[in-house]
Design a protein around this ligand. Structure first.
Ligand SMILES: Nc1ncnc2c1ncn2[C@@H]1O[C@H](COP(=O)(O)OP(=O)(O)OP(=O)(O)O)[C@@H](O)[C@H]1O
Ligand SMILES: [Mg+2]
Length: 263
């Protein structure tokens, strides 16, 4: 069990979905003639993907390619308009730090909240609280609100909770670089431990050497679709080659334009 299967997953988002309705801004847009209907953009385009239990898969590609969106679909945070998503197993999303927290509640209350969001019982979370605080090195902050933590401290808390609940599927979005140097070492050891166990992992990173080192397989996404899916080293090499080609092409174009301008 604990594999992931996506079939024909298509998801569109409105360009203005992020913003709450703002009357002032809308009136301003109308009177200045800048009002435009929010456009919908296809963010995931008919994605088929099967990840076997225990596989460690890297997800790479340029900014805006749809990597984080794909992870959110896997975790059930976003629902696609078309297609099916099956994720079999206890899933621990490490996606946007702070996403599962209520900033006005205390650290201990948030541990309980986050844990129950991840499907654990209250009793279990209460039992694990000390261990989690200890790993996050936040014992002195147990009654402080999450709002009063630094962003690195919040990240440490999220990491400690998500990795403490014995996940079967671990979803990581560029989060292995959180915290300070000593926490990074510690979290890396914990990740290594999970890596050895039979945990299914999907890891988004722009660090190709990390992908090559940690993943068996890598998927390269472009414009919401899968461009290449294969052994990690093969995929990162293909991606590098493509980035280099487009850089060379751009340079050649610039040179041409300069020559034209210079006569
Ligand atoms: N909350 C949102 N509302 C509307 N559109 C969004 C939202 N979040 C992301 N998008 C759009 O979805 C597309 C894919 O974004 P996504 O965050 O999945 O990219 P990514 O591959 O994770 O990029 P990055 O490497 O920069 O993290 C982008 O075009 C982005 O503008
Ligand atoms: Mg992203």
């Amino acid at each position: 069990m604990s594999g992931i299967r996506l079939e024909g997953v298509t998801l569109t988002r409105s360009t203005r979905e992020e913003y709450a309705f703002d009357l002032k801004r809308s009136v301003f847009a109308l009177v200045t003639g800048r009002y435009r209907r929010p456009r919908r953009r296809t963010v995931l385009d008919n994605v088929d993907l099967t990840i076997e239990p225990g596989e460690k898969v890297g997800l790479i590609g340029p900014n805006g390619a749809g990597k984080s969106t794909l992870l959110k679909v896997v975790c059930g945070i976003l629902t696609p308009q078309r297609g099916t998503v099956v994720a079999d197993g206890r899933i621990a999303p490490l996606i946007e730090f702070g996403a599962g927290f209520d900033p006005d509640l205390s650290v201990v209350d948030n541990i309980e909240l986050y844990g129950t969001l991840l499907g654990r019982s209250r009793a279990e979370m209460l039992r694990k609280t000390d261990e989690i605080l200890d790993f996050a090195e936040l014992d002195d902050y147990r009654n402080a609100t999450v709002r009063s933590l630094s962003s690195g401290m919040t990240a440490r808390l999220g990491f400690s909770i998500a990795t403490d609940i014995e996940p079967e599927i671990l979803v990581l979005d560029e989060v292995l670089a959180v915290g300070d140097e000593s926490f990074r070492k510690k979290s890396r050891r914990r990740i290594d431990q999970l890596w050895k166990e039979h945990v299914t992992v999907v890891l988004v990173s722009h660090d190709m050497s990390m992908i090559g080192e940690m993943c068996d397989r890598a998927i390269w996404m472009v414009n919401g679709a899968i461009r290449h899916d294969g052994p990690a080293n093969e995929t990162t090499a293909a991606y590098f080659a493509d980035v280099e080609t487009s850089a060379t092409e751009k340079l050649a174009q610039m040179r041409e334009q300069l020559e034209i301008a210079g006569g």
